[in-house]
Ligand binder design. Structure first.
Ligand SMILES: [Fe+2]
Ligand SMILES: [Fe+2]
Length: 185
């Protein structure tokens, strides 16, 4: 597994993975820039953001900032979707060891040629995760679940669509920007 990761990921990914691991176990190290997020989000979308774990808010802000650094003229809907791209993870408590396993397994699955986006855009999954296999299946559906949360809250359908496709951006140009910023953050 490690050999596969070394082959497919740049050095910055390992640095970021190490920092994410640290923040996963010590949530107080996460520094979400909620003021920055509130400059882009309002109403129900801001409520959803504020309902996320501080580690996920930290990650969301890093992804949105990376996206803006690479694409300063990115549409506001894309930036808002970047801030909410992992909101589907907030539906259930997300323990530190689960964060590490999920973060490590995604590039490994992608390197093995599995369709990373297949489950992300399908059924949102009504059944909570049970065991490691259940956890990974539950996680794979977080994009669809996040999109449904945004729609259910009365959020922007365009933002919801970008969130639904943030791991499978084929045909969604804005979602590709989110996926690229997310990949190494
Ligand atoms: Fe995601
Ligand atoms: Fe993410």
């Amino acid at each position: 597994m490690l050999g596969t990761l070394v082959a497919v990921k740049p050095a910055t990914w390992f640095v970021n993975a190490g920092l994410r691991t640290l923040r996963a176990f010590v949530p107080s190290l996460a520094r979400p820039d909620d003021t920055f997020a509130a400059q882009w989000l309002s109403g129900h979308e801001l409520d959803l953001y504020q309902g996320m774990d501080r580690r996920d808010r930290d990650h969301a802000c890093r992804v949105a900032r990376a996206l803006l650094a690479a694409h300063p003229g990115a549409p506001a809907t894309v930036v808002r979707a970047a801030l909410l791209h992992d909101v589907g993870k907030s539906a259930v408590p997300y323990r530190a060891w689960e964060r590490i396993v999920v973060h490590l397994c995604r590039p490994w699955r992608e390197a093995r040629g599995e369709a990373a986006g297949r489950d992300d855009t399908g059924d949102a999954g009504a059944t909570p995760a049970v065991g490691l296999v259940g956890l990974l299946a539950w996680h794979r559906r977080h994009a669809a679940r996040g999109a449904e949360m945004i729609l259910a809250a009365g959020g922007d359908p365009e933002v919801a669509a970008l969130v639904r496709h943030h791991h499978d951006p084929r045909g969604f140009a804005g979602a590709e920007l989110i996926r690229a910023a997310d990949a190494d953050t």
